[in-house]
Design a protein around this ligand. Structure first.
Ligand SMILES: [Zn+2]
Ligand SMILES: [Zn+2]
Length: 231
């Protein structure tokens, strides 16, 4: 503890926060400057269930036709502009510092929410992919969030039961098929309200499949926290 405290004091002035996007001085102790922060593609009006941007608050056509298995998706940003670079930098280029910024951006949106979940569950990676990558990007984002919000983190309740093809390479229909029974519950979840944490939600098939499994096992409310959403 003592050492940590001493390091904290020493490191601050030597390495002031720098904007990950443009290299300018960060806003306070944040890894982003005020200009880049204001330029981010924040989601305004959107579908109350899946966070798809809409002209006005409501429920989108797709959700009206077939409501998702999760209760709602909360997403601060569109997957546009500098956001894909931040996420792929974390996912494929070991830029773990991006996770802290992405968590903080998620937190800005969560401040509007009234009910907190009892547990945050980062979308699990298949063990093989975890070995290749060395870390789970969703867990890296979930960790500082759980810490800030004083909410538990679910690490061992749920796993990928098999390796699935990369979702981004498949059309929507095949994505759903590809994911069927892709997750397995390893022990029952000690919570009635859970938030699934994902870096980016595209068709929502992955989070939907996991939400379906959780609901079947008796979880009452499943929210999805996605840092970004494709338009
Ligand atoms: Zn900047
Ligand atoms: Zn929707």
């Amino acid at each position: 503890m003592k050492l940590n405290h001493w390091l904290h004091r020493l490191v601050r002035p030597l390495f002031p926060a720098t904007c990950i996007l443009c290299g300018a001085a960060g806003e306070g102790d944040k890894d982003i400057c005020s200009e880049c922060l204001a330029d981010l593609p924040w989601i305004g009006h959107c579908c109350q269930l899946c966070a798809l941007p809409l002209q006005q608050e409501g429920i989108c056509g797709a959700c009206l036709q077939q409501p998702p298995a999760f209760d709602r998706c909360i997403s601060p940003l569109l997957y546009q502009g500098p956001v894909p670079g931040l996420i792929t930098g974390l996912k494929f280029h070991h830029r773990l510092a991006n996770a802290r910024l992405l968590a903080w951006l998620m937190l800005q949106r969560l401040q509007q929410e009234e009910d907190a979940p009892e547990l945050i569950l980062p979308i699990p990676l298949h063990p093989q992919r975890l070995r290749e990558r060395g870390y789970n990007q969703s867990l890296e984002i979930a960790r500082p969030l759980a810490q800030q919000l004083c909410i538990g983190l679910s690490l061992h309740h749920c796993a990928r039961s098999r390796a699935t093809s990369a979702q981004s390479e498949l059309p929507k229909k095949q994505r759903q098929k590809n994911l069927r029974n892709a997750f397995v519950l390893q022990k029952s979840l000690p919570a009635g309200h859970i938030a699934l944490l994902d870096d980016v939600v595209t068709t929502g098939s992955t989070v939907n499949e996991l939400a379906r499994l959780l609901k079947k096992s008796g979880v009452e409310r499943v929210d999805v926290w996605a840092v970004a959403r494709t338009p």
